[in-house]
Design a protein around this ligand. Structure first.
Ligand code: NAD
Length: 329
């Protein structure tokens, strides 16, 4: 069993604690939070030891899960690596690129693994289309939420859009040619609503919208490619596939024809459709299981520190361009 501790027992940290407690491959040693009142409450609620000092916790663990505000990730990650621990770090990986570079370098020197909490990679909706060969021409993302004061220490790009940026960077195997952005603060001092159009050198275009000041919640990625269109709903954990090809490499279930075009007397072209009901798995439990498994088997995590850095790099580039545009107004 891998001995893991949790740093930060706030809104998300309590889910880390609960999921790690339920993982049969993990020995949850305890957690540390700077808020002693919160620590006592969470310790009682989940029946888990709380430590009053980070060093004491680190000394008893092989790995930690860092679930504190983004601005604190760097110091905690550095301390944990210097204690010889593997790290699971919530997204965004770090606050600046130089911090991310330094932490990756230190992880390499200390021969420790880093996994970053890009949780959507473990969403069963995304996993249900793993069999598809994806060569996107156009990607449309909407990640929209009602306002919640948590997470506003960073912009919407680092808070929510970064989930889609990470997925897009795994879907499109091509360098970025250009980015065009718009965005603005609404309720907070940082950007609350943003849109970016990313053009890749291979011609693929990704149009991404994120907002944390909406009246509803949407988390969708639509992927358009030659012959096939895929609609992924991360909230409902379901995918829809539309294709003019009806073959088992595309459809796991028998599709139905939703449109047909007769060509001459004998030929017919159809649009086939099928909805994938995904497994109702818990993405956080799966990402933490994967982290523990990486440590036990000494294999690189599937969402590693370099992935965290790449998503952060793009997010910061988008944020900077929006800030520059706002200064011109
Ligand atoms: P939160 O404010 O609810 O909780 C943060 C907790 O960390 C608090 O209890 C606070 O007392 C504690 N803390 C602060 N500084 C500390 C320090 N130096 N040492 C120990 N404890 C400290 O925040 P949250 O919503 O739980 O977010 C935490 C992290 O998780 C952020 O990086 C956020 O971006 C990330 N997050 C990720 C997702 C996701 O989808 N993967 C969702 C929400 C939040």
């Amino acid at each position: 069993m891998t001995k893991i501790g949790v740093i930060g027992a706030g809104h998300l940290g309590k889910f880390h604690i609960n999921n790690l407690k339920n993982l049969e491959t993990v020995d949850l040693i305890g957690f540390f939070d700077i808020d002693s009142k919160r620590s006592q409450q969470i310790s009682e609620q989940y029946d888990v030891d709380s430590f009053d000092n980070i060093e004491k916790l680190l000394k008893n663990c092989e790995a930690v899960s860092i679930v504190t505000p983004t601005i604190t990730h760097y110091e905690i990650a550095k301390t944990a690596l210097l204690h010889g621990l593997h790290i699971f770090c919530e997204k965004p990986f770090m606050h600046t690129l130089s911090q991310a570079d330094e932490i990756l370098k230190l992880a390499k020197e200390t021969n420790r693994f880093i996994q970053v909490g890009h949780i959507e990679r473990f969403n069963p909706a995304l996993e249900s289309i793993e069999h598809l060969i994806l060569e996107p021409l156009f990607i449309e993302c909407h990640r929209i939420s009602p306002f919640n004061p948590r997470g506003i220490d960073v912009s919407i790009i680092l808070d929510l859009m970064i989930h889609d940026l990470d997925i897009i960077l795994t879907l499109v195997d091509s360098p970025i040619e250009s980015i065009d952005t718009s965005g603005t603060p609404v309720l907070t001092d940082t950007i609350d609503i943003a849109n970016v159009r990313i053009k890749f050198k291979n011609g693929c275009v990704a149009n991404i919208t994120a907002s944390r000041v909406s009246d509803k919640q949407i988390r969708k990625i639509r992927i358009f490619q030659k012959d096939t269109y895929v609609n992924i709903d991360f909230l409902k954990k379901e995918t829809e596939i539309f294709s003019i090809k009806n073959n088992p490499n595309i459809f796991k279930n028998e599709p139905k024809s939703i449109a047909s075009l007769h060509i001459g007397e004998t030929q017919e072209k159809n649009i086939y459709y099928s909805k994938n009901e995904s497994k109702n798995t818990n993405a956080m439990l799966e990402e933490l299981r994967s982290f523990a498994n990486s440590i036990a088997t000494k294999t690189e995590p599937s969402v590693n520190g370099r992935d965290g850095l790449k998503a952060l790099q793009l997010a910061l580039q988008i944020e900077e361009q929006i800030k520059q545009n706002l200064m011109k107004i």
